[in-house]
Write a protein that binds this ligand. Structure first.
Ligand SMILES: [Zn+2]
Length: 218
């Protein structure tokens, strides 16, 4: 398509330079999302101008930018200066961290809980930071498998511990509301590294702790 053709669709990614998304202002992001949501309402056969819907594109744009805040944050800011030198050779387990994320295949929510364990090697992380790490990686378009791995690898990188274990259990609305419509189905994913990967006793210890958690409903 030739340049300067005024008939080119506005506010689409087509034809935009690679990397240009990083330079968009918040207002530009809101405008692009608003147009897209108006188009969805129109394509559904409803009237984007009727009273109940007229402010929906604006509301949706604000909501989705807030939900997917992980795109606009720096992971180093998420943990700040909350890493401490500490001699402790036991296991640290933080259980049942609730999270909400968005499935990248259907742009529908998936949500559940995440449990993390690590065996320090001289460094520990402030307790409140692990939930922040989970929420940071959940705050972008995800698949559960990658979310689990992102969390595990991030902890590995910042703490260089002797092992990391991450367990994620989640409901997917794309599974519950469409397709096979399996309302009650939960998906579980696990990441192990270092000592957790090589030691079956440790693996089983971690999984036993988590199984206890499964008695608690989300
Ligand atoms: Zn999905």
């Amino acid at each position: 398509m030739s340049k300067g053709n005024s008939k080119e669709p506005e506010n689409t990614v087509d034809g935009k330079e690679k990397g240009i998304q990083e330079t968009l202002s918040l207002e530009q992001r809101v405008e692009i999302i608003k147009k897209s949501v108006e188009n969805i309402i129109y394509a559904l056969g409803d009237d984007p101008k009727r009273e109940g819907l007229v402010k929906t594109p604006q509301r949706y744009a604000k909501a989705i930018l807030e939900i997917l805040w992980g795109y606009f944050a720096d992971p180093d800011d998420v943990i700040g200066d909350a890493i401490f030198e500490q001699d402790y050779s036991g296991i640290v387990i933080v259980r049942h961290i609730k999270f909400f994320s968005m499935c990248e295949h259907h742009l529908l929510p998936f949500f559940g809980n995440c449990s993390i364990a690590y065996i320090p090697d001289g460094k520990i992380i402030g307790l409140s930071k692990l939930p922040r790490v989970v929420k940071f990686f959940a705050g972008r378009l995800q698949v559960q498998e990658r979310l689990t791995e992102d969390i595990g690898k991030f902890i590995e990188n910042v703490l260089k511990p002797r092992g990391v274990a991450v367990y994620v259990s989640a409901y997917h609305l794309c599974l519950a509301m469409r397709g096979v419509k399996k309302e009650g189905v939960k998906m579980d994913t696990v990441f192990f590294s270092g000592k957790f990967q090589n030691d079956d006793n440790l693996k089983n210890f971690f999984l036993k702790q988590i199984r206890e958690d499964r008695k608690i409903e989300i």
